[in-house]
Design a protein around this ligand. Structure first.
Ligand code: C5P
Length: 223
């Protein structure tokens, strides 16, 4: 049987305004790396495009290291064409400094009101190039999680979206645990129940296998 070709993005992006200073977020990459490893264990052919993370590079996956949202877009574009599914779990920075200095700025030179610009929306860009690929997004929200996630799914023309809360003690950022829902285009919501990111990765891959690739592609469950 042909292997399922899976492109996973993970971690934060960094948007530098000089060689040592940047805009980013606290994403650890744990969820995306767990997904990449689980998909590999399920026999999928995995490409992991990763922003800067402090995690071990998984074995037997094609690993592409990137820094900025622009880098991530270019890498994802390259591998998207030959993928069956894109799982976009990266926490892409929404903005970047409009100007970047090639040398370290002196403290007194730093603009205290820097002009920012939007980074490219990778999922939206790729959804316009979509042929048969399944697109899976992630939505990290601090409120109205399901409602905002569904809106995102529609705006970015996704097949489904993983919704998680990133406020207060329940924050998924950098944690080993998560509490997620899978939301489908139809509005159907599947509650994946709180668990470790390793177990949730297993539930996600199993769910995607059954829904989009037929039960034969089912991985061995760690649940
Ligand atoms: O719009 P928002 O950032 O909340 O959407 C989250 C989803 O979109 C995630 O899957 C994230 O990886 C993706 N995204 C993207 N490019 C961006 C911002 C987010 O692909 N510039």
């Amino acid at each position: 049987m042909k292997k399922i070709r899976c492109l996973v993005s993970a971690g934060p992006t960094r948007e530098y305004f000089d060689p040592v200073r940047y805009i980013s977020n606290p994403s650890s990459g744990k969820m995306g790396y767990a997904i990449a490893e689980t998909a590999r264990d399920a026999g999928w052919d995995v490409t992991l495009v990763s922003g800067p993370c402090f995690l071990k590079v998984p074995k037997d996956v094609r690993f592409v290291s990137v820094t900025s949202a622009q880098d991530m877009l270019e890498a994802c574009k390259k591998y998207f064409i030959e993928s069956d599914i894109l799982i976009m779990s990266a926490a892409v920075s929404d903005v970047r400094p409009a100007e970047k200095s090639s040398r370290k700025l002196k403290k007194s030179e730093i603009d205290l009101n820097p002009r920012l610009e939007r980074t490219p929306d990778i999922l939206l860009t790729l959804s316009k190039e979509k042929k048969k690929q399944i697109l899976v997004g992630f939505a990290a929200e601090t409120e109205n999680v399901r409602e905002y996630a569904l809106k995102k799914l529609e705006q970015k023309n996704l097949d489904c979206i993983v919704a998680n809360c990133v406020s207060g003690e329940k924050s998924a950022f950098a944690s080993d645990e998560n509490d997620i829902d899978m939301i489908m285009r139809s509005g159907e919501i599947i509650d994946f129940k709180p668990a470790s990111k390793i177990i949730l990765a297993s539930r996600i891959i199993e769910f995607l296998s059954v829904r989009f690739f037929g039960a034969n592609a089912k991985p061995k469950s760690k649940i």
